[in-house]
Design a protein. Structure first.
Ligand code: NCD
Ligand code: ZN
Length: 351
C-alpha cells in the first residue's frame, strides 16, 4: 500500500484567480501547493494587451503570502482586435506564456471573445511563427447545439479547421470533458495537448443533477455522462505525455452560485492534489501522478520542471478539508466530491 508520495512541485495549467479581494482570498490556496499556474485572463474587463498582463501579474505578485515562490504565468484574452505584434512582444519579453481563445458567449466573462475565427487569423499566424500556445475553451455557442454536445461539435466545426488552416500552431484543448476530446488530443500529433480538471475526473452529470441540483458541481464545459468521465480517468492514468493537469479552479462567491441562475465554476484549488492522489491510488497509478501534475505540462510549455517538491501522506487522523474559504469577496465553497479522502499535503520542500 502506498502511504507517501513525493512529487516535484506541481503546475496548474489552467487557473482562475480573479482580482482584488477574491484574488487575495484564493491565491494562497494555490500558492501553497503549486509552483506555477497559468492564469486565465477573463477578468472584467479582460486582460487583452501585454500591458494588461504585466499589470495583472504585478497585482498577483503583490497578493502572494510573504516568502512565497509561486510564479504566475500569464495569458492574454484573444479578441477580434488583438494586435499580433503586441502578442509576440509580450511572449518575447516573458510576460505571457499563452493566449486564450474564448468563443464569444461560451462561458463566464467571454462576451469579448471571438465570434469569427477568420478575424483573428493574423494573430494565430504570428503565434504559430513564434511558437506561442493557443489555449482553447472548446465549446460551440450555437444555441441549436445541445450543451452536452458542444465540445464534440467544436472539435469538428472549429478546432480541427482552425488547426488545418494554421499549420504549426501549438494548441491546448483545455478542460477536456469527452471521449472525443481525448481521442482528438491523442491522435493530433505533437502540436496539440489537453488539460484535465480534478472535478471532471471525479464527477459526472448524474452527480450534478440526481437527488437535487448541486450548484457547486456546475461548471463549463458541463460534466458529461459517466462513460466520458471514465475515458478521462483512463487517459489521465495512462501516462500520455500530452495530457496534464489544469484545474480550472474557478471561484465564485456562494450567493452567485446558489442562485436561480447560478454561475459556472468549481473551486478545487485547496483540495486538488489530495483528491488526485486518491484517484490515482484507486487506479493503481500512483507512479504516474508526478508526470500528470508536474512534468508533462512543463514539457509542452517548454519550461523546466519546478525544483521543489510536495509530499502527500495519509495522516492517521486527517484534518477535514475546509467546506469553504472566507474571502473579502464572500465565502467560496470548496469542491467536495463526497467520500473520505485520506491524503493530505504534509510537507513542502522548497529546493
Ligand atoms: C470559468 C470561470 O468562472 O471563469 N468557469 C467555469 O465553469 N470553468 C470560465 C471557464 O473556464 O470556462
Ligand atoms: Zn477556466
Amino acid at each position: 500500500m502506498v502511504d507517501r508520495l513525493t512529487l516535484p512541485r506541481p503546475d496548474d495549467w489552467h487557473l482562475h484567480l480573479r482580482d482584488g479581494a477574491m484574488l487575495r482570498g484564493v491565491l494562497p490556496e494555490t500558492a501553497r501547493d503549486f509552483g506555477r499556474a497559468l492564469i486565465m485572463p477573463n477578468l472584467v474587463p479582460p486582460v487583452v494587451t501585454g500591458a494588461d498582463a504585466l499589470a495583472y501579474r504585478d497585482r498577483i505578485r503583490a497578493a502572494l503570502p510573504p516568502g512565497s515562490r509561486f510564479t504566475p504565468l500569464m495569458t492574454l484574452y484573444l479578441t477580434e482586435a488583438t494586435d499580433p505584434d503586441d502578442v509576440v512582444a509580450a511572449a518575447r519579453n516573458g510576460v505571457i506564456a499563452a493566449v486564450k481563445l474564448y468563443p464569444a458567449g461560451a462561458t463566464t466573462n467571454s462576451d469579448a471573445g471571438v465570434r469569427v475565427i477568420d478575424r483573428v487569423r493574423p494573430v494565430l499566424e504570428a503565434m504559430a511563427g513564434a511558437g506561442i500556445p493557443l489555449c482553447v475553451h472548446g465549446e460551440v455557442t450555437d444555441p441549436e447545439i445541445d450543451i452536452f454536445d458542444r465540445e464534440a461539435v467544436f472539435i469538428d466545426r472549429v478546432l480541427d479547421p482552425l488547426r488545418r488552416a494554421t499549420p504549426g500552431l501549438r494548441v491546448v484543448m483545455e478542460h477536456v470533458t469527452t471521449r472525443q476530446g481525448i481521442d482528438y488530443v491523442r491522435d493530433g500529433g505533437p502540436d496539440i495537448a489537453g488539460t484535465l480538471t480534478v472535478h471532471h475526473l471525479l464527477i459526472s452529470r448524474t452527480d450534478m443533477l440526481a437527488g437535487g441540483i448541486r450548484p457547486h458541481f456546475y461548471c463549463l464545459p458541463v460534466a458529461k455522462r459517466a462513460g466520458h468521465r471514465d475515458a478521462l480517468v483512463a487517459a489521465a492514468i495512462s501516462g500520455h505525455p500530452r495530457l496534464f493537469l489544469g484545474t480550472d479552479s474557478a471561484p465564485h462567491a456562494d450567493p452567485a452560485k446558489e442562485s436561480a441562475c447560478g454561475c459556472a465554476g468549481i473551486f478545487t484549488a485547496p483540495v486538488a492534489l489530495p483528491l488526485l492522489a486518491a484517484l490515482f491510488e484507486a487506479h493503481g497509478a500512483c507512479d504516474r501522478l508526478a508526470d500528470f501534475t508536474s512534468s508533462h505540462g512543463a514539457t509542452f510549455y517548454r519550461v523546466a520542471p519546478n525544483r521543489g517538491r510536495v509530499v502527500l501522506e495519509k495522516p492517521a487522523d486527517p484534518e477535514p478539508f475546509p467546506a469553504r474559504i472566507d474571502t473579502g469577496a464572500g465565502p467560496v465553497t470548496v469542491f467536495d466530491p463526497g467520500g473520505a479522502c485520506p491524503w493530505r499535503v504534509t510537507e513542502i520542500q522548497e529546493e
